[in-house]
Design a protein around this ligand. Structure first.
Ligand code: ADP
Ligand code: MG
Length: 670
């Protein structure tokens, strides 16, 4: 690209810790050598003795110091797991998978043997598993089956600084399990909290002033540059910066770019590959690696392979590389300054996925990724003034997210969400909003009540958003369980559409034959039906520009959901060609997500009164029907509805009469 992003020439040297350190290159070496070079290794015995002495400890250490991979192994080596397994929670599924694979490799065993992982819809553990990496959401599900978490001797709440809703709630659950086990004279439960940031007093106070162990980091100086002028398009600025660096820096100095999400990352990956073709011979060979949560695990693992001599890696990552996973060889960080977060507006009841500015704390974490093995550089494609205006710390999820799921889980645990000992209390409106929604969905009888209905208990069994559990459970009344299972499974997976820019028209033409004028949900159903019917799946997917891996994943998810339905004693049923039944069934869970056409392409959401438009990727984009049901809202500049289906307003009156009355949705229905 011809444009140049000007970064300030006077640079600020950032030391993320104060100690002078020698440059240690992590060569290929053996795994053991690599392990021994990690900062935790030197303090192994101290750590073990502190962990043995106390029932709860907090450990702070920079990202990459070896907390997640090493400390569980240390505890295993001294048999702290003889009376129960060690569970290590991760906010992200990718992290749980890659870390357990890494640790299996270090311990020279197969993943799923001594070391394993459990994430939603995937359980790679066995009888002999001792170290179990699992998402925080999965541990919360396990707590629903056994509040005392008796299979565990130690629970490591890892990445606690990320403050995900699930980890936050687990603090309370695990603390309660520990107390109850002591009270009942059962085997004790040890709790280890691990964090990459220093502000842990909060955690320590919560557990009653437990010891805090600091791991000394080994961080090298990093030069930080800010853009001199405000950038209009951060994606483009990042792209330009990549090539500014690439043209000057020697090979084997890798670049890590922080972006916001899958689509953005894949689009930039394509641009880079195109530009590289024109650079032939002038620069080192450049290879692009995307990294985001939903990436298939074999591709995630590619990122961790050492860069071959004479090459350069460019890793395009979401905030997952901020603290969850560490990649060696990074010399340059390019920070877009942006992150995609889900925010819930209790006033409007709307859940919005929005790209927004990161906090200063996040900016420093990102910067730190450049100084892991030697001195590094961080290019921020935002000005210093913009940095200065950022929030100091990010707002914990529990204070901004839809809590319907968590409140349902707490109620299933017979815990009153209004009196639960939260690490940080969520705003009352959020809890009340969740109770309100659970009542609308029929999971509780009254918003004051804390007792789940039969429907509520069944909803809690599914690892899904309660609205989708409700839809699945309603499917028996509409005789379309087969169809709903396929749709919910596809909505739980990544997009199945493949649209290569060079073959855009061909791809869209191929997709058109699955299109249903009733909307995206039936379109997904059509795809799934055809996919299951064909035998040559690989070829069929290729010809139809569909992602086979994501379809296969959906099919696995589908079988697991079908199993849960069976446990709820639901009969399989199919509505065959009468797919109106499917859309009616969707209304039973998504009735709060209805929007009405106002004027040309402009919709108003009925409950939250927001101006929105149908996302261009929807089959309804150019049809703009009068009344639509949507799965989610995303905000990128304007608000867009994604996964949209046409619905008949009359259905609302039949299916959720109380809701229609309460919300005076009469304009719509009359
Ligand atoms: P922390 O939890 O303190 O952030 P980790 O235990 O996750 O640190 O990582 C320690 C080191 O192990 C990292 O610096 C990295 O070099 C290496 N490592 C971790 N995961 C992988 C992986 N999947 N592949 C290769 N190396 C890895
Ligand atoms: Mg870690």
């Amino acid at each position: 690209p011809a444009t140049v992003v000007n970064f300030g020439s006077s640079t600020k040297k950032a030391r993320l810790d104060q100690r002078p350190t020698e440059v240690t290159k992590l060569g290929p070496g053996t795994l053991l050598q690599q392990r021994k070079s990690l900062p935790v290794y030197g303090v192994r015995n101290r750590l073990i003795s502190e962990i043995q002495k106390h029932s709860t400890v907090i450990i702070i250490g920079e990202t990459g110091s070896g907390k997640t991979t090493q400390i569980p192994q240390f505890m295993h080596e001294v048999r702290l797991d003889k009376n129960g397994i060690i569970g290590i929670t991760q906010p992200r599924r990718v992290a749980a998978i890659t870390l357990s694979q890494r640790v299996s490799q270090e311990m020279n065993t197969d993943c799923g043997a001594i070391v394993g992982y459990t994430v939603r819809f995937e359980d790679v553990t066995s009888e002999c598993t001792k170290l179990k990496y699992l998402t925080d959401g999965m541990l919360l599900r396990e707590a629903m089956l056994d509040t005392l978490l008796m299979s565990y001797s130690i629970i490591v709440l890892d990445e606690a600084h990320e403050r995900t809703v699930h980890t936050d709630v687990l603090f309370g659950i695990v603390k309660q399990a520990q107390a109850l086990r002591d009270e009942k004279l059962l085997k004790p439960l040890k709790i280890v909290v691990m964090s990459a940031t220093m502000d842990v007093d909060h955690f320590s106070d919560y557990f009653g002033s437990v010891p805090i162990l600091y791991l000394e980091g080994r961080q090298h100086p990093i030069q930080v540059f800010h853009a001199l002028h405000r950038q209009d398009d951060y994606v483009f600025s990042c792209l330009v910066t990549i090539f500014q660096i690439h043209q000057d820096a020697p090979a084997n100095q890798d670049i890590l770019v922080f972006l916001t999400g899958q689509e953005e990352i894949e689009a930039m990956a394509r641009s880079i590959r195109l530009i590289v073709k024109d650079l032939d011979g002038k620069c080192p060979c450049l290879k692009v690696y995307p990294l985001y949560s939903s990436l298939p695990s074999h591709q995630q693992l590619d990122v961790f392979r050492p860069t071959p001599q004479g090459m350069r890696k460019v890793i395009l990552s979401t905030n997952i590389a901020e603290t969850s996973v560490t990649i060696s060889g990074i010399k340059y960080v390019i920070d877009s300054g942006m992150v995609k977060v889900r925010t819930h507006h209790p006033g409007t009841g709307l859940d919005v996925l929005k790209v927004q500015r990161i906090s200063q704390a996040q900016a420093w974490q990102r910067t730190g990724r450049a100084g892991r093995e030697s001195s590094g550089f961080c290019y921020r494609v935002y000005t210093f003034q913009e940095f200065d205006a950022m929030l100091k710390n990010s707002i914990p999820e529990i204070q901004r997210c839809n809590l319907t799921n968590v409140v349902l889980q707490l109620l299933a645990l017979e815990i009153d969400p209004l009196t639960f000992n939260f690490l940080d209390k969520p705003p009352k409106e959020l809890v009340n909003g969740a109770l309100q929604q659970l009542k609308q969905l029929g999971a509780i009888d009254t918003v004051e009540g804390t007792k789940l209905t039969e429907m509520g208990h069944q909803m809690a069994l599914f690892p899904l958003d309660p609205r989708f559990s409700k839809i699945l459970l309603s499917a028996k009344d509409y005789g379309c369980l087969e169809e709903i299972l396929s749709i919910v499974a596809l909505l739980s997976s990544e997009s199945v559409f493949v649209i290569p820019p060079s073959k855009r028209e061909k791809a869209v033409a191929a997709h058109t034959k699955f299109f249903s004028s009733s909307g995206d949900h039936i379109t997904l159903l059509n795809i799934y039906r055809s996919f299951s019917a064909v035998t040559q799946k690989k070829q069929w997917c290729h010809e139809n520009f569909l992602n086979m891996r994501n379809l296969q994943y959906a099919s696995e998810v589908r079988s697991q959901l079908a199993e849960l339905c069976q446990r709820c004693k639901m009969q399989m049923s199919s509505c065959n060609q009468n797919v109106d039944q499917v859309r009616k069934c969707l209304v039973t869970g998504l009735f709060m997500n209805i929007a009405e056409l106002q004027r040309e392409r402009q919709y108003l959401t009925v409950e939250s009164r927001q101006i929105v438009a149908i996302h261009p990727s929807s089959v309804l984009y150019s049809l703009h029907p009068h009344c639509v049901l949507f799965t989610e809202v995303i905000q990128t500049g304007s608000c867009y509805l994604r996964q949209v289906s046409q619905v008949d307003p009359e259905w609302l009156r039949d299916i959720v009469p109380e809701y229609v009355q309460q919300h005076r949705l009469l304009t719509l229905v009359s």
